[in-house]
Design a protein around this ligand. Sequence first.
Ligand SMILES: [Mg+2]
Length: 133
Amino acid sequence: MLSESMENEFLKGKKILIVEDDQSSRLYLNKILERAGVVIMNAGDGQEAVDAAINNPDIDIILMDIQLPVLDGYSALIKIREVSNDMVVIAQTAYGLLGDKEKILNAGFDDYIIKPILSQSLIDKLVVNLKKK
Ligand SMILES: [Mg+2]
């Protein structure tokens, strides 16, 4: 297993857009990614996520909540894919929604992570998906 510091080094300077409407979840994700040296952007609903993706084509990863106001995660993904296929888009999904896994991957997300999100699982998930690109 790679040490946490090696993984964190890999994420340093990568640009990640966190899309999350729940404020405490958003703060929690920000804290984890700050420690990893990530350049963080935030969006609080699906439309903000689409706008951020259009205006920032250098985003490496979008961490997208599914249940969002204005536009949900699926609709936001469709609009983002119209402008970029390069960004890794990872869905955040609530624990226990068994049917979601297939639906998420069929929709075109690169991967998904189940809430509650643990710090090291998040770091591992980001690193693995960036290395795939
Ligand atoms: Mg939500």
